[in-house]
Design a protein around this ligand. Structure first.
Ligand code: UDP
Length: 474
């Protein structure tokens, strides 16, 4: 059986952003560790990004060139990191330009399966030309897939007359209410560019072989079943994918090379008591305004908790992060706080026993990494399905508190005053409720490890590989 599995070839085609690329590279590593042939397809500029964290894994990389200029992007712009926000609307066109190079790769290599990001709305059809099953990867939870599919398919946001009025989502395992202000426009406005893209992605998904999800059964069992039964998806849960990286160096270069020496960072944490440090980071693509950064800084000074804070300046901003923080802030918090400018070795930080809470934007990777480490959260939704994930964390899993944002406000973020931030940080760090959340978090962390070691995710991955091997033999 092992030699049969080894012959099965999966091609992974990630979207060009950290939140989508990191978990798909993890996925390729995971498949390779089960003895199948795993190949990641990407553009030349992304190879350096990827190779730093797969150099010890048995993963192949194939590259293709595409004309970024023809998609309205500057030459060599092959990752969200390199693309100024005002050009992000050209990304769907950039995706279209990749269609022919990918068809060529599929024609030449004839893999047994193509796992392609949801953004590649043409991928099911292109793979279909060569009778290759296409799997969709969304980079989010079952919970979010269920809610977003219902909200868009039934056009639920049209059932209310104002942006702030709540609407329910029918047939869900739990009562969940949302407002229009909490939703990205791809779910509320079919005619917007993102609305059209989302519709095309949904159609492509319905024709695809199925969906592969970075989650584990025990985390959201009712929503795994709901996606399968109510929405009719063939769906596999194979996560948490971040658990597949054991090597310390690869872990710290996950996504990008960390801008702080990992050992220095861990040494700093080693000097702190258990559960005494708050980790603050908002993913890879959202930025706060200078005034919002100052509110966070004041809250940190006022609450007095120790912290690691990843601070990044906006791409278009002339100001450097040091200029964005209040004068003297770093001096006053010396010893108590560690500022990381740029890229943090997030998974290693979260896994450290000194970390007591994680304030984040409810990006799925960050949330799942926090769950895996058993760390409770303060949620601060900013883009995409962040509000939906916040509901999973605060209302269903009950392992986090909301900072109180009411409106999805793109990369600018909502304006939250320091008092509200301080209150949320105090609530997550101490008291009976915090203790309960920490306990629930620890249980989920244990379940997540069991799922990938010998449990639900391990078994699903085996079954999935087996199914693809059989599909090929038809
Ligand atoms: N990340 C990291 N260091 C940083 C910032 C982010 O390693 O300084 C990683 C993080 O561990 C996660 C990903 O980048 O895997 C961010 O994904 P998420 O879904 O949380 O947010 P997004 O960037 O997609 O909004």
């Amino acid at each position: 059986m092992a030699s049969e599995k080894r012959q099965v070839h999966f091609i992974f085609f990630p979207a060009m952003s950290h939140g989508h690329m990191i978990p798909m590279i993890d996925m390729a590593r995971l498949f390779a560790s089960r003895g199948v042939k795993a190949t990641v397809v990407t553009t030349p500029a992304n190879v350096t990004r990827i190779s730093k964290y797969i150099h010890r894994a048995d993963v192949n990389i194939l590259t293709f060139k595409y004309a970024s200029e023809e998609a309205g992007l500057p030459e060599g712009c092959e990752h969200l990191d390199d693309i100024p926000p005002h050009l992000w609307h050209n990304l769907p066109m950039a995706s279209q330009k990749m269609q022919e190079p990918i068809a060529q790769i599929l024609r030449d290599h004839r893999p047994d399966c193509l796992v392609a990001d949801m953004f590649y709305t043409w991928a099911t059809d292109v793979a279909g030309r060569y009778n290759i099953p296409r799997l969709v990867f969304h980079g989010t939870s079952f919970f979010s897939l269920c809610l977003v599919t219902s909200i868009s398919s039934y056009q639920l946001s049209k059932t209310v007359s104002s942006d702030s009025e709540h609407f329910g989502i029918p047939n869900l395992p739990d009562v969940i209410k949302m407002t229009r202000t909490e939703l990205p426009d791809f779910t509320t406005n079919e005619e917007s560019d993102t609305g059209k893209l989302f519709k095309a992605a949904l159609e492509s998904e319905l024709k695809s072989y199925g969906v592969v999800v970075n989650s584990f059964y025990e985390l959201e069992p009712a929503y795994v079943e709901h996606l399968r039964k109510e929405h009719g998806r063939k769906a596999w849960h194979i996560g948490p994918l971040s658990l597949c990286i054991k090597d310390v160096e690869e872990k710290s270069n996950r996504g990008k090379v960390a801008t702080i020496d990992e050992h220095e960072c861990l040494k700093w944490l080693n000097s702190k008591e258990h559960n005494s440090v708050i980790y603050i980071s908002f993913g890879s693509s959202v930025y706060f305004s200078p005034s919002q950064l100052r509110e966070i800084a004041s809250a940190l000074e006022a609450c007095g908790h120790q912290f690691i804070w990843v601070v990044r300046s906006q791409k278009s901003s002339e100001e450097e992060p040091e200029g964005l923080l209040p004068e003297g802030f770093e001096k006053r918090t010396e010893g108590k706080g560690l500022i990381i400018r740029g890229w943090a070795p997030q998974v290693s930080i979260l896994e450290h026993q000194a970390i007591g809470a994680f304030m984040n934007h409810s990006g799925w990777n960050s949330v799942l990494e926090s769950i895996t480490a058993g760390v409770p959260m303060v949620t601060w939704p900013m883009v995409a399905d962040n509000f939906v994930i916040e509901k999973l964390v605060t209302e269903i899993l009950k392992i986090g508190v909301s900072v109180g944002v009411k409106r999805l406000d793109g990369i600018k973020g909502d304006s939250i005053k320091s008092e509200a931030i301080e209150k949320a940080l105090n609530k997550i760090m101490a008291g009976e409720e915090a203790e309960e959340m920490r306990k629930r978090g620890k249980t989920l962390a244990e379940l997540s490890k069991r799922a990938v070691e010998e449990g639900s995710s391990y078994v699903q991955l085996d079954a999935f590989i087996e199914e693809i091997a059989l599909y090929r033999q038809r």
